[in-house]
Design a protein around this ligand. Structure first.
Ligand code: NAI
Length: 409
């Protein structure tokens, strides 16, 4: 007799911490999942207690998902980090426990790009200084040294999601756009790729950095690079604090060679809003300093809510791991009328042989099978004829190499 196969959706428990955006709560409820949403972060002890019967945990940057928390979360299917970074999650441990972690790396692209364009205008007109003077009761009306941005050149270093958006917006402002990227990139509009970082530094009136933090980008902009910039050109960094040597930038501004800077990210950033902040860049002329808010808008929060909840729902419903930061990524189309078995296993030789033997022992017919591995685990999605799928699932789950096994549909 065919047994019921799907785990009822109303038994799937979602715990959302740290005020995750309401669009995510709505999306989970619309799927029929049980949702508990909590405003703040909780302690490790409390979380370890609360995750025991939770299938999906949603967090932002404050909640630490430690190895202990994951060990207590026996039913955990996936973690959603409703933010960009995932350092707060013990990613390797989650991987080995068969728990994919999803985030939203590109939901705030537009927010960063808009901030950068605004800052280009602000630097060009020395607005930071003028505004401060007026606030302090001083009236210094002058045109000298103030420029339109139209016709000036912006040089983008790192032409990925954010860099290319900056290029589009800058062109709409009438700027010339050049860029340098280590990968071949299709230029947007009339944006122009240059072969070397030095070419960008020498040509641009505004150099804006949009590279990731890598060994290659660490300290990428130092005294030599700053000296190569056009006299009076401005530097913008909303990428990662380690990309720019801050002391060298402060010297170049004090010396007058660099005409201004907009900095959103720092090598050492305060851990919380109650911590103080100090930098060699403080109180220098035509320098805009912001507290790592490039991607911090309500629109970006909403986009994150949509993006992460969609990835989690897709994973729960189909096993797709596209976008997971710690997991082999597969998303095979569903074979019609089949039952789907998901299996996470230790990546050791012979696993697929044992799984397929279990399938053939039950005379089951495999409609489709997709496997992807990383150094520690393998992730298998298999679509089977329905009549024996529960027995096959039990057989696979009992293999000593299996970490997590689930059946869908
Ligand atoms: P992305 O991965 O889409 O693009 C990065 C680009 O940099 C890629 O095209 C890559 O090929 C290129 N690249 C890598 N190494 C390079 C090198 N040595 N020289 C030149 N190009 C290089 O990343 P996305 O989303 O555009 O983000 C860029 C940066 O912005 C990241 O560092 C990210 O952490 C940061 N960011 C900052 C935010 C803020 O609040 N200030 C918010 C969001 C992202």
């Amino acid at each position: 007799m065919t047994q019921p196969t799907s785990f009822p959706k109303n038994k799937i428990k979602i715990l959302l911490l740290e005020n995750v955006h309401p669009v995510a709560i709505e999306a989970f409820r619309a799927e029929g999942f049980q949702v508990e949403a909590v405003k703040g972060a909780v302690s490790e002890d409390e979380l370890a207690e609360r995750v025991r019967d939770v299938h999906v945990l949603g967090i932002r940057s404050k909640t630490q998902v430690t190895t202990r928390v994951l060990d207590e979360a026996r039913r955990m299917l996936a973690v959603g980090a409703f933010c960009i970074g995932t350092n707060q999650v013990a990613l390797g441990h989650a991987n080995r426990a068969g728990v994919p972690v999803f985030n939203a790396p590109f939901s705030n692209t537009r927010s960063v790009a808009e901030l950068v364009l605004a800052e280009v205008v602000i630097l060009s007109r020395h607005l930071g200084d003028r505004s401060r003077e007026v606030h302090e009761g001083r009236w210094r009306k002058a045109a000298v040294g103030s420029h339109e941005v139209r016709g000036h050149t912006i040089g983008i270093v790192g032409y990925g999601h954010i860099g290319s958006q900056v290029g589009v917006l800058a062109e709409a402002f009438g700027m010339r756009v050049v860029f340098f990227d280590i990968a071949a990139k299709l230029p947007m509009g009339n944006n122009r790729a240059l072969a070397r970082l030095e070419d960008v530094l020498e040509l641009a009136d505004f150099v804006t950095l949009h590279v990731p933090e890598t060994a290659q980008t660490r300290n990428m902009i130092g005294p030599d690079e700053l000296a190569r910039m056009k006299p009076g050109a401005c530097l913008l960094n909303a990428s990662r604090g380690t990309v720019v040597q801050i002391d060298a930038l402060a010297d170049a501004i004090r010396g007058g060679h660099v005409g201004g800077a907009a900095v959103d990210v720092y090598p050492d950033e305060p851990k919380s809003n109650s911590d103080g902040f100090a930098s060699p860049l403080c109180n220098l002329p035509n320098v805009i300093l912001t507290p790592h808010i490039g991607g911090s808008t309500e629109e970006a929060q909403e986009a994150i809510g949509h993006e992460v909840s969609a990835a989690l729902i897709k994973y729960v419903n189909s096993g797709a791991t596209t976008g997971a930061v710690n997991f082999p990524q597969i998303d095979p189309p569903l074979a019609k009328g089949a039952h789907r078995i998901l299996n996470v296993h230790h990546n050791v030789p012979g696993v697929l042989r044992d799984i397929n033997r279990t399938v053939s022992d039950h005379n089951a017919n495999i409609r489709a099978q997709v496997l992807s591995t990383d150094p520690d685990i393998g992730y298998l999605i298999m679509d089977l004829d329905q009549d024996v799928s529960q027995d096959v699932k039990r057989g696979i789950a009992a293999l000593p190499t299996s970490i997590k096994t689930r059946i869908l549909f």
